[in-house]
Design a protein around this ligand. Structure first.
Ligand code: UDP
Length: 254
């Protein structure tokens, strides 16, 4: 791992000081947590796969004009990112009922929703990430109405794009969570997509069998957790033929 100064350690990632001002190094761990840290474990190889999957999806989104914090992948577990001020809100997009939404409304998992539904949660482990509405966000100054508009329109584009991308691979994008940050560039402030997009924060189901290809396998004590992450990478075309072990070989020839 890097000898750089640690800035922050989260549940699945560590942030280090970057090589130049305004940058950070994002390190992906194999650690997995669920139910606000009550369940903890390790998913072998998850960090390596999420580093690749998030790189791939962020790069694709940037091709359609979504600004992101991603700069480039550095190695197996690290990527260079732009330093941003994280907006303390989790934006959850739901296309199909699942998880806490199904529990809250008594709608069985897998029921399609009449349209995509966007929810906001306040990022706070102590408070267990309470669900919030726009009023809270603007009244408490977590984001301005203009920033929220921008976040919402980017989120809708991201949902359309990723839903199509996954559909082409035989995967249903059931729901996912996004985080955004403020990027300061001289006198300019821009909202950019931050954090990661991976099976840790998306629900991905096989279109034919509804098999779960995401962190729910860990949350719900299902088998073949590692294989689910590998399968997503394989369908995205970023898993080497020999499996995750071959990433090491690829890295040395790059
Ligand atoms: N999610 C996340 N981080 C969180 C909460 C949710 O990445 O702290 C993701 C989760 O993986 C799922 C979506 O957001 O894809 C909706 O999660 P839900 O609210 O149903 O919560 P859960 O059932 O996972 O507790």
């Amino acid at each position: 791992m890097s000898r750089r100064r640690k800035i922050y350690e989260g549940k699945a990632k560590v942030l280090f000081e970057g090589p130049e001002p305004g940058t950070l190094v994002q390190y992906f761990k194999d650690d997995a947590t669920a139910f606000n840290n009550k369940k903890q474990g390790t998913i072998t190889g998850k960090g390596v796969l999420n580093n690749r999957i998030s790189e791939f999806l962020m790069a694709k989104l940037s091709e359609i004009g979504i600004p992101t914090h991603f700069v480039r992948r550095l190695n197996m577990r690290e990527q260079l990112i732009k330093k941003v001020d994280i907006i303390p809100i989790e934006i959850v997009v739901r296309n199909v009922a699942a998880g806490s939404f199904s529990d809250r409304f008594g709608i069985s998992e897998g029921s399609p929703l009449p349209r995509s539904i966007i929810e906001y949660y306040y990022k706070s482990d102590e408070l267990n990430d309470p669900m919030i509405i726009e009023e809270h966000i603007t009244a408490f100054g977590w984001a301005t109405p203009q920033e929220l508009d921008e976040i919402l329109s980017m989120t809708l584009r991201i949902n359309d794009f990723l839903s199509g991308l996954f559909l082409a691979l035989g995967i249903k994008l059931v729901d996912f969570k996004l985080e955004f940050g403020r990027l300061y560039e001289g006198d300019d402030v821009r909202i950019v997509l931050a954090d990661e997009i991976s099976p840790d924060n998306c629900r991905l189901w096989d279109i034919k069998t509804n098999e779960k290809l995401d962190k729910d396998r860990f949350r719900r004590d299902l088998d073949r957790v590692e294989e689910a992450y590998q399968e997503v990478a394989r369908r995205l075309g970023i898993l080497p033929e020999g499996g995750p072990r071959d990433f090491t070989r690829l890295d040395t020839v790059q």
